[in-house]
Design a protein around this ligand. Structure first.
Ligand code: XMP
Length: 527
């Protein structure tokens, strides 16, 4: 199978299309389908049945959505899909929509169901194979299906959803009011597998090995013998993209790592060790700390810092591209640029062309005359798939599971002047935070955990002497997507260790504080 193309061979090789009616419901369903080793794609609800059929789907899932089917206007789907013979599963809003479109009834009963809800299986269904008659499922609905369409039967009920599941088995159309994609639904994963394997007859072809193989082929076909460049940041996405492209085209790939002087402790050594020594990738390591500190001298405004760092990064990247990569080829040689764009970026951009504009923006906008085309080997993947692919490619755990780090690096965690001395203080403190959080086994549970250096100094006493030095602020948050975040409740003994180690081991620090601000109203970073 080659995901992303129109040419699935066997019917069971086609993708599962997840029709998106808004919010994040569709993404979770698509991930669960892939966890069951079937390739899934998210498609907008505005796509016509002809457009959907052109993807030769093995099945279609109508996702949940934030709206009520009885509101107008409300997102809908081309009803011609019900006559294609392709199996359909409606979930929550999707189940209500197919009910309404096929002649059934959905009403506001006044009693919604939210959270864990007991469900009674009332009829036989291939989706409920070997289920006990009572299970607990996750519900989240205000409207309820109150009448099934002609030819349909109800197969499950709950206290406030008389039709909690319905089906027309001959037409392969199914609906469930509850959310099988949510972990709190007992047997939810099993229900999805039954739909994929028993109803749609999918083949379990989506594995980490098959992802790597298909992307290796795709990259080779795209770039031919042209030179390919990749900016490594030390983060997981660019690292996995680089490793994957290197597997495809070997020495045609040159990686550029710009050390801005604002990287985390040991980041540069780790990039060198992994990419140059372990993977034997042609790596240009630009040591540009002096240039960055010079450009940042006296700058305290957060946005000005970001702009300066972004522009200087591009200038340096451009110099390397012209002098060391494109310069060595024939005149007018065009190259390719690897981007670590992920599937959620592609979905959120809404269309292929919008995704490309966003990707360009991610590298800060390269000058047009560099004439790079983009190679995006991760554009079909969710973050958890990227990490799994990274592990399969042999990247170290430390890189694959690294917490997110902002493009401008430590500069946005140093409030006020960014100097080499202040960057050293923050780096040393940050390294202790990361080490102790890892030792406490919390590193993967936290979205981010790091140190911040404010622009004030305070009085302290150490030994017999008065000190006048900086505080370090510990910032640790939990989050799913960085859009919102909660401050992490770190154990007291861990906080005590952090405080004592930072004050004893980092010269220039005499106080440690904890940031207990959620987002909103705070942001995760301090600048
Ligand atoms: P905030 O601070 O806005 O951050 O809550 C949300 C997430 O984005 C990261 N971040 C950045 N990433 N360039 C980046 O590449 C930036 O300028 C930048 N600012 C914030 C931040 O680390 C968090 O994960």
């Amino acid at each position: 199978m080659s995901p992303g193309t129109d040419s699935a061979g066997d019917p069971g090789e086609g993708p599962i299309l997840v029709v998106d009616f808004g919010a994040q419901y569709a993404q979770l369903i698509a991930r669960r389908v892939r966890e069951a080793h079937v390739y899934s794609e998210i498609v907008p609800h505005t796509a016509t049945a002809v457009e959907l059929m052109a993807r030769r789907p093995a099945g279609i899932i109508l996702s949940g959505g934030p709206k009520s089917v009885n509101e107008t206007p409300t997102p809908t789907v081309d009803p011609a899909i019900y006559d294609t013979g392709v199996p359909i599963l409606g979930i929550c809003y999707g189940a209500q929509l197919l009910t309404l479109q096929l002649g059934g009834e959905v009403s506001r009963t006044g009693r919604g169901e939210y959270g864990r809800t007991p469900l009674t299986v009332t009829g036989s269904s291939p989706l409920f194979c070997d289920w006990p008659s009572d299970v607990e499922v996750w519900m989240s609905h205000g409207d309820a299906i109150t009448g099934v369409p002609p030819g349909f039967t109800a197969t499950a009920a709950s206290a406030d959803a008389p039709v909690a599941a319905l089906q027309h088995a001959e037409r392969s159309i199914y609906g469930v009011q509850f959310h099988p994609e949510v972990v709190h639904t007992e047997r939810g994963a099993d229900l999805l597998e039954r739909f994929l394997y028993d109803v749609c007859h999918c083949l379990p072809l989506w594995t980490h090995t098959s992802i790597i193989e298909s992307q290796v082929q795709a990259v080779r076909a795209q770039v031919g013998s042209s030179p390919v460049l990749c900016a490594l940041s030390g983060g997981v996405d660019s690292a996995v993209a680089a490793a994957l492209v290197h597997k495809a085209i070997g020495d045609q790939l040159t990686c550029v790592y710009v050390d801005t002087g604002l990287m985390r402790a040991h980041e540069s050594e780790q990039v060198e060790e992994t990419f140059r020594r372990q993977f034997h990738i042609d790596l240009v390591h630009v040591k540009a700390a002096d240039r960055f500190f010079e450009a940042l001298a006296g700058v305290t405004d957060p946005e000005a810092k970001r702009k300066i760092i972004g522009e200087l990064f591009i200038r340096i990247f451009e110099e390397v591209a012209r002098e060391q990569v494109l310069g060595s080829g024939p005149p007018g040689l065009a190259g390719y640029l690897v981007q670590g764009t992920l599937y959620p970026d592609v979905i959120e951009s809404g269309s292929d062309s919008a995704a490309t504009i966003k990707s360009h923006h991610n590298v800060g906008g390269l000058p047009d005359d560099l004439a790079f085309d983009l190679v995006e080997p991760l554009r079909l993947l969710f973050k958890d798939e990227v990490r799994a692919v990274g592990e399969e490619l042999g990247l170290p755990h430390d890189i694959v599971w690294r917490q997110p780090f902002p493009g401008p690096g430590l500069a946005v965690r140093i409030v006020g002047d960014v100097t080499p001395e202040r960057a050293d203080i923050l780096r040393a403190a940050d390294s202790i935070v990361v080490e102790e959080i890892r030792r406490a086994g919390l590193y993967r549970d936290l979205w981010q955990s790091f140190a911040v250096l404010p622009a004030v100094r305070t009085v302290g006493v150490m030994g017999d002497g008065r000190t006048y030095a900086y505080p370090i602020v510990i910032r640790a948050v939990t989050s799913d997507d960085a859009m919102t975040a909660d401050w992490a409740r770190l154990p007291y003994d861990l906080l005590e260790r952090l405080s004592s180690r930072i004050i004893n081991e980092v010269e220039g620090v005499n106080r440690v504080a904890l940031d207990i601000t959620s987002k909103p109203p705070g942001t995760i970073e301090w600048e």
